[in-house]
Design a protein around this ligand. Structure first.
Ligand code: 13P
Length: 255
């Protein structure tokens, strides 16, 4: 299909793991392993590790992202972090709407949209997560659901701004469970997401959007998942905490 139109992006989501000192050590271990990769390499680390990560990644091909961003510019929002605070540090990416935020922290499609707009307006690249629960897959509504999640997340995003949006398809039942979607399942849903984007922006634009798969992607299964025409990269949890495993996934995306 049109895979050559898109950047392959492998992003690690460290979730709530690693101190600043551990961040420095892990990035130093990863740097030589991912050097020269023919794909974009991103690590999304906890807020308190961002500075250490940016420092450690300097001069390498690793870019740094956060795991959330608030939609207001500043003000009385205790515990929140604004997009300008992130860009001031040198952060370039941010994960938005991860299922863990939707499930445990009350994130909705509407707040995902607000955060996406705030991130894009500040010049960040937004990694917007969508995905179904097992019950929804069994109900046969996965494609409709991810299409709706995608369209709401992108409400008010211009075609120009869409260049800085990555969609991550993460089936909730595959996250941290060791249960990966098959490569065909991942490809089928990613294609449905691309169709939803085409409904709004047209096919030519949709063909340029990077759509990742995430959910127990690891060193052993990455190559097969990434070989699929609509799987343009990965959002990696557990395996991104191991330098060797993460670098194998990066290499699989570079082929
Ligand atoms: P795992 O790779 O640990 O399943 O996590 C996936 C994920 O949630 C990435 O955002």
């Amino acid at each position: 299909m049109n895979k050559t139109l898109r950047n392959a992006v492998i992003a690690g989501n460290w979730k709530m793991n690693k101190t600043p000192a551990e961040t420095t050590a892990l990035i130093n271990e990863m740097k030589p392993l991912v050097a020269g990769a023919d794909c974009d390499v991103v690590l999304c680390v906890p807020f308190v590790d961002l500075q250490a990560a940016i420092e450690a990644a300097k001069g390498s091909n690793i870019k740094i992202g956060a795991q959330n961003v608030h939609f207001e510019k500043s003000g009385a929002f205790t515990g929140e972090i604004s997009a300008d605070m992130l860009t001031a540090l040198g952060v370039e990416y941010v994960i938005i709407g991860h299922s863990e935020r939707r499930t445990y922290f009350g994130e909705t499609d509407v707040t995902v949209n607000k955060r996406t707009l705030a991130a894009l307006n500040a010049g960040l690249t937004a990694i917007v997560c969508v995905g179904e629960y097992l019950e929804q897959r069994e109900q046969g509504i996965t494609a409709e659901l991810v299409a709706m999640q995608t369209k709401i997340a992108l409400q008010g995003v211009s075609a120009e701004q869409l260049k800085k949006v990555i969609i991550a398809y993460e089936p909730v039942w595959a996250i941290g469970t060791g249960k990966t979607a098959t490569a065909d399942q991942a490809n089928e849903v990613n294609a449905a997401i691309r169709e939803a984007i085409a409904d709004v922006y047209g096919k030519d634009v949709a063909d340029t959007v990077t759509i990742q798969y995430g959910g127990s992607m690891n060193a052993a299964n990455a190559e097969e998942l990434l070989s699929k025409p609509d799987v343009d990269g990965g959002l990696i949890g557990g395996a991104s905490l191991k330098a060797q495993d993460f670098s194998v996934i990066v290499k699989a995306a570079s082929k």
